[in-house]
Design a binder for this molecule. Structure first.
Ligand code: NAD
Ligand code: NA
Length: 397
């Protein structure tokens, strides 16, 4: 099959197996180039392991610390005439690379919010690893079926209180326009978003893992959050998703209590704004990221998911200093939030229009990152050739 990108808005409907493998390989090489993490994790469970920050966490643990990893995700393999999802191909490529390097890696594909997948994961840990010493929680999902009540929740991305009007960009065309987003009408929109993206499922995971005795003494767990600049507060940090992040962050002390008798500890790491399948769905944010990339690349402090997660592991969780903020959070968004970076972005934000966007932003970098997520636009790949999809699919099972 010859596979080309097919997009609908911020969604790409196709993925390229060899391109996804290239993406994974590049991340592995980066981690190896940084050297081994001294006293890093050894047996790691990554929930949300197939794309974005979760995949980068898995690669950092495996190739930066020789860690055995179990990855949980929700992806689709390819079928006759239809490519699978990027996360499927990423995971297949990751497993192949891990196997070649003699590093244990197995994956579980299914709904991480369910009791069944938690049970299946625990069985696999018991059988193969005994216990895990790190649990990374990196789910991003628009919906969650509650495992105890069966209620299906859908998250919304809306401001709270007042309508929010600001600039946004269609990153395919570069057209900058004003967007107005109405605030939530009902409290249930906020509650549903918290139910999907808040901390309850993270807590359920840790409760179940602990009850099954599969958490090692001194186990750590980390989940990911975002804050960002004031200009996105109405749609992000003070909006429905921000309320879910508040809830996630408030789960840290609850999980710390659970882990106390194991001498374990939990953290939230606030990460940098990056192009992922999840972030491209948020209005206004892609324009901010395009300007942020421009500024951070000029200052030589740009990072992608893999640079962020390698730094989180090497310089925060397993070395250097946690450098917690006043709320007790790890901040690898420290360079994004630097005063000089933020004031430069704020200035460009005022200036940016459809006419000057290619010149004053890194929209080109945004687009390339977006297509790279699905295995497209890698120079090393000839996209006119047939894709050897079936071998890649076979290697995950
Ligand atoms: P992503 O979309 O790349 O990854 C989401 C992962 O969750 C994938 O592995 C997917 O398979 C998995 N997943 C989704 N629903 C699932 C389900 N029901 N069962 C099992 N797996 C499921 O997203 P990302 O951007 O890497 O986000 C990960 C975390 O990082 C989120 O908490 C997000 O808020 C946070 N974060 C993102 C950014 C950013 O700019 N992208 C910045 C800071 C923090
Ligand atoms: Na992820």
């Amino acid at each position: 099959m010859i596979i080309q990108p097919r997009t609908r808005g911020f969604i790409c409907l196709t993925s390229h197996p060899e391109g996804c493998a290239e993406n994974v390989k590049t991340q592995i090489e980066y981690v190896k180039s940084k050297g081994q993490i001294v006293n890093g994790p050894k047996k790691v469970l990554v929930i949300g392991a197939s794309t974005g920050f979760g995949l980068a966490s898995r690669i950092s643990a495996a190739f930066g610390s020789n860690a055995a990893t179990i990855g949980v995700f929700f992806e689709k393999p390819g079928t006759e005439g239809r490519p699978g999802t990027a996360g499927w191909y990423n995971s297949a490529a990751f497993e192949e690379q891990a196997k070649q390097a003699g590093i244990y890696a197995k994956s579980i594909n299914g709904d991480a919010f369910s009791d069944e997948i938690k049970k299946e994961t625990i069985e696999l840990i018991k059988k193969d690893l005994g216990q895990v010493d790190l649990v990374v929680y990196s789910l991003a999902s628009p919906r969650r079926t509650h495992p105890k009540t069966g209620v299906a929740y859908a998250s919304v991305l809306k401001p709270i209180g007042e309508p929010f009007t600001n600039k946004t960009v269609d990153f395919h065309t570069g057209v900058v326009s004003n967007i107005s987003i109405d605030p939530v009408k009902e409290q249930s929109d906020i509650d549903n978003t918290i139910a999907v993206m808040g901390g309850e499922d993270w807590k359920f995971w840790i409760e179940d893992l602990k009850a099954a005795g599969v958490l090692a003494n001194g186990a750590k767990t980390v989940a990911y959050s975002y804050i960002g600049p004031e200009l996105t507060y109405p749609i992000y940090r003070n909006g429905t998703i921000g309320m879910a992040k508040n809830d996630l962050e408030a789960t840290v002390p609850v999980i710390n209590d659970l882990l106390k008798d194991l001498n374990g500890v939990s953290y939230v790491s606030v990460n940098k704004a990056l192009v992922t399948q999840s972030s491209s769905a948020i209005p206004v944010v892609p324009l901010y990221i395009s300007l942020l990339y421009k500024v951070m690349k000029e200052k030589n402090i740009h990072e992608g998911c893999i640079e962020q997660m390698q730094r989180l592991f090497a310089d925060r969780l397993y070395g250097g200093s946690l450098a917690l903020d006043t709320e007790g959070r790890i901040r690898v968004d420290d360079w994004e939030m630097r005063e000089d970076v933020q004031s430069a972005v704020a200035k460009l934000w005022e200036e940016v229009t459809s006419e000057n966007i290619e010149a004053i932003s890194d929209l080109a970098g945004y687009r390339k990152d977006f297509f790279n997520l699905f295995g497209f636009e890698f120079d090393s790949i000839d996209y006119t050739l047939e894709s050897d999809e079936l071998t890649t699919v076979a290697s995950l099972k």
